[in-house]
Design a protein around this ligand. Sequence first.
Ligand SMILES: Nc1ncnc2c1ncn2[C@@H]1O[C@H](COP(=O)(O)OP(=O)(O)O)[C@@H](O)[C@H]1O
Ligand SMILES: [Mg+2]
Length: 447
Amino acid sequence: MIEHLGGILSPNFSVSLDTILIIDYLLVQYMEQTSMTNSNYDLFESLNHPSHIFQNEEVFEPSFIPECLLHREQELATLAQYFKPILNTNSPALGTHAVIQGSVGLGKTTIVKQFGSTLQAYSRQRQREDIAQILFFHLNCRRQRSWNILFTTILRQLVPAFPVRGFSAAELLTYISSVMKERNQKLLLCLDEIDYLIPTAKGQDILYGLIRMNEGNTLDSNSPLSLILVTRSPYLYSYLDSALYSSLSKRMIIFHPYSTAQLSDILFSRAKQGLKDCTYTNEIIKEIASIAHTSGDARYALELLWRAGKVAEGEHCSELTFEHVRKAQVSCFPIKQTLITDLPLHQKIVLFSIASVLNRQTNSMYTLTADIKRKYEALCQSKDIIPRKQTQFWVYMQELHKIGLIKLEVINRHNKGKSRGRIGKVGISDFPVLELMQLLQSDLFEK
Ligand SMILES: Nc1ncnc2c1ncn2[C@@H]1O[C@H](COP(=O)(O)OP(=O)(O)O)[C@@H](O)[C@H]1O
Ligand SMILES: [Mg+2]
């Protein structure tokens, strides 16, 4: 660099060596910075490239509402049945209420949002005297953690200039009711995750007020308010007194976990919208459905699919593989490494054998236990360890299965009606095999 500068500077131009060194330093700095900026630009350039896995990633976002909810037709019909009377201006104008109960990811929020907004749109579109005008509000009690905040949120939408403070929850509720009557509208209010508001005595009082208002026992018999309560807890009623319990238990819709086949349908439908053609196979979708089947949770299943897609994208693959699914599982629920490192020696060798056989068979979820047994014996010999006999080997497999590290399926073989023994299929469900091998490798072979 100094020589280079020397060549550029004219002979008559005297510059001290220090100056040249400083210029040199600055030039090097400049060049480093430019090349860094270029490589940063490359990073963004690569992010800008269209994905070869996703065609519409938004369909995997939690806020996305699918056009049709699969396998919830019955629940939707029951909701419609319960709330049909509120549409009719001529029927005795009592409010209606219902409770939806089910664990996480069963479509409770989605169905209720879809139902409420459809009812609202229907009532507006018809514009007939015999059809009431419905206003639908969906509020999540985990986010709006007090009745005051909840009622104020509604009022601010009804009357934007409504003062933020200074009213009790009961006053706010009375005010909401009178605004609705003035407007000749009915309010369908969905309180999602109601569990967050009920446990206190005050919480119960207000809920009781809401329900009794519905039943026309308090303010007046022409209640403009209908209520859908959504709860995860099957024990909601343990918080409630018997009067409230009997009111609420009349209309209860229980959401049951999805079966593997139902989860597959949900996944397929979302994959079609969100992933590019030919990036996923039936087997991958079914595998994800069967992983999520223990909880029957569609949210988890969809998150797994999305994460597997992200892993595939990050690895520049054009198709999802079982290894991507395993990696996705780890990022959803990181498995405790100690569970693996604390295993007894022989179980570690068995687990390592499974991982290395699966790793060789690049894209299969399962392998045969006979192959594992051979690998296990070879590994034991290479370490001068006496391999355990078949019966003990099976015990190890079953123990690994019991603690959830492997999947094990036993198939009884028959030929012409006679039993021909059993074969076992084994897989690793929720840990990428390469990572598992690395973890065990250092433990088993590098000491
Ligand atoms: N029957 C279904 N059909 C399509 N998508 C569903 C279905 N059930 C749930 N989902 C999807 O699963 C995710 C979780 O649903 P959500 O309604 O939030 O469940 P919950 O309120 O019961 O926890 C959402 O992305 C939703 O779109
Ligand atoms: Mg929900």
